[in-house]
Write a new protein. Structure first.
Length: 130
């Protein structure tokens, strides 16, 4: 059995996060892509690699950029964050974000979070114990 590529695993984990945020099931995504939910499941686990055309279509369906699937990935291909095992708090935040009806406001929240994370990365961030 071939070992899974860490980048494919990362992209799959991001797909799952973005899908949950959009409140879509694997079956719904599969139907929109002309695939089975099992194939979407394999994408999310990183078992199967997502083609560029499917990634582009997923970004359109999930109202995000293709780059969002690579967010948190370092230049060397390793994960900069714990994107493989989201915590309960991560999901609670996604649920709340899913309740925000305005996509412009969601983009502003994303910008705020990105700015906060950049500040954390530069050593000026908040305590991790919160």
């Amino acid at each position: 059995m071939a070992q899974m590529n860490p980048i494919d695993v990362h992209v799959g984990a991001r797909l799952r996060l973005l899908r949950v945020k959009a409140k879509l099931s694997q079956q719904a995504i599969g139907k929109m892509l002309g695939l089975t939910f099992q194939q979407v499941q394999k994408y999310e686990k990183g078992t199967n690699r997502i083609s560029a055309s499917k990634l582009f279509e997923l970004a359109r369906i999930l109202d995000c950029s293709v780059q969002d699937f690579f967010s948190g990935l370092s230049e060397s291909g390793g994960s900069r964050a714990q994107t493989h095992n989201p915590s309960r708090l991560d999901y609670e935040i996604l649920v709340l974000l899913g309740k925000v009806p305005d996509n412009n406001l969601k983009r502003q929240i994303r910008g705020l979070l990105e700015a906060m994370m950049a500040n954390v990365g530069s050593g000026g961030g908040a305590s991790a114990a919160q």
